[in-house]
Design a protein around this ligand. Sequence first.
Ligand code: PMP
Length: 336
Amino acid sequence: PKLANLIKLNTNENPYPPSPRVLAAIQAELGDDAASLRLYPDPNADLLKAAVAGQHDVTPQQVFVGNGSDEVLAHVFMALLKHDKPILFPDITYSFYPVYCGLYGVDYRTVPLADDFSIDPAEYVGQANGGIIFPNPNAPTGRLLALAAIERILQANPDSVVVVDEAYVDFGGETAIGLVNRYDNLLVVHTLSKSRSLAGLRVGFAVGHPALIEALERVKNSFNSYPLDRLAIIAAVAAIADEAYFQQTCAAVIATRDTLTADLSALGFDVLPSAANFIFARHPQRDAAAIAQALRERSIIVRHFKLPRIDQFLRITVGTNGECKALIEALGDILS
Ligand code: PMP
């Protein structure tokens, strides 16, 4: 909504600006006359691949980059997950997965989350499949799966590509990228939209065995040779280089998440444990859609999914301390 003073807690953006180095890099690239924008960008974004490889201790041949992780995921579904057998993903997960399956004609079977909304690795053992994908932490639940459980899934499915979508991992999880040299069937997908505050720039990447990356490159080069523009490439490199700023903003989001969780619990909400920059909560006595609507009337937007099992939950992005305080005050008002 185009409202003044909107408090936007519905799409899990970072409440803090990107590293100041991002602006400096963009200004340096543009110079006085933006002349470099005449020229196409590097189709391989080698600078960015080198930065990602350096950050995660892998080779550039193990890195794929794309226009946001949504584009990376789109290529993953087409290049790596289209097989005769259905792929597996949780019944409650990132809403784009079934959309890509529809677009590319990929068969899928959903695997129910446990009653506590966690992923049960045993459900992914002994199930014939054409591939497996899940976010970790999962979205929209925020629940984290331990690396040992991911290894169990990898070991039980040596002939399937296992894609771990780590869009939110920097807010409390441990990345599985450290496992790529041991498991050639693992692909880990990241975004700079969340923990690097660059949703508006559209940068995502994947790390995995060079053969998986090569397959992604072939699909990408048949679709768009230049998915990352000049500004996106240099700004992403600058953001990755500023480790101190990254640590500081992630820590601030995590601290606010803890306060928000305590404040929501005090208002009677059940809050799932979150390792992400959002929380998933329900009020045992009050209808979630009605709460979301009442918040909207107060210019605060949160996410409500009209889906089985989760239609009494709200997904709330962790904003600044001030935004979360305003949310809690509004909820106190609505509930009373
Ligand atoms: N994966 C998950 C689980 C997400 O929630 C999102 C954000 N909506 C994405 C991927 C895509 O993020 P982006 O395209 O901004 O990188």
